[in-house]
Design a protein around this ligand. Sequence first.
Ligand code: AMP
Length: 405
Amino acid sequence: MQFQELHLREEILRAIQERGYDEPTPIQAKAIPAVLEGRDVIGSAQTGTGKTAAFALPSLHRLKRHSHTRCLVLTPTRELACQIEENFAYYGKYLDLKLGLIYGGVGYGAQRQAIQEGADVLICTPGRLLDHLSQKSLKLDRVEILILDEVDRMLDMGFIEDVRRIIRQCGKNRQTLFFSATMPDTIRSLADWAVSDPVEVSIDIRVSPAETVDHALYPVDAMVKFDLLVHILKKIQNESTIIFFQTKAGADRIAKWLQQHGNNDIAVMHSNLNQRERAKALQDFKDGNISTLIATDIASRGLDVRGVQHVINYDVPQHSEDYVHRIGRTGRAKTEGDAYTLFSPDQMDKVQAIETLIEQEIPRRVIEDFNYRIPPMTDIPGKPKASQQRRGLMGRGGKFGRPRR
Ligand code: AMP
């Protein structure tokens, strides 16, 4: 299918062409016609599938030209809000529309101004939007398109009641586009309540890693885990890398240590930092000013940073689904990436939970030229198939035993 066949406005097609997209991704091919027809949509798609354009392109098409706030996007984090705004701005650059960003941690002035100017699309996190609503600086009764993005994440973050309150304030005749990576019962009942006669677009529920990510487990004793990380970073040199930590304190500790040892090519991103610091860390990473981002799971969902070559999980993620989200930061939109998970034998139950979720065994590998001191246990329960193990232990070429393709 070609974008031309979707009957989007010429101004939008021009922007898509400039962005370099050849053809719609599967979720775009399915969702865009439904949205253009004015239908409600419930969508679930794997990370990196082009979900943002799937809702942004047809919404922009329907809005046409500047009038008043008619499209509301709700998303869990400020980073996602900024990213969605960038997408709307790019795809809509030849249209006469105004955009506004509403999120916490920053002043109210610019946001009030965007509201007063009648930004056609408001992209918001729930808490700050509710502040504006309670201050009566904004009404939602004329919203025509309501987009709920990453609803399961909003549930995890405790926003679900806020989301309900916001939905209640939107006009009844609106079109609702509801996106969630997973559909547990709570989300399903919220969806059923929020949408009407929806088209369901389920591309690939987000439980399998993208095929373009080469991921493996690196067993290591807790005692030498940090040394192994340093060893890997030396090999990676300046290639773009995100290192995930379970805790903010862990992320800070390692960042500090690396900085003390002369590695200033890093930035830290977690929720104890203020919005300005978080935005700067992300921007520096996106711009390539720094090569390594040290982050907690705040960065694991949905963030679209081009060209991330490596993801390193310093800890096995607490929630199995976060494994898929974390490694989804690389290998996005058909590019290839590597994901390395360091784990000690006491984290085996978490590894097994991940393998059950993704319905595949993750290859165990060792790094040939690292001095483990205590030999790593590669044959612990849930062990990989003999072929995978053999390949890992013997190395597969490339930096970490990965074949060069
Ligand atoms: P998303 O799933 O919305 O976060 O998008 C993931 C990445 O895919 C982003 O870098 C988009 O710019 C890119 N993308 C979206 N649609 C297309 C397309 N039709 N062709 C190629 N890349 C795309």
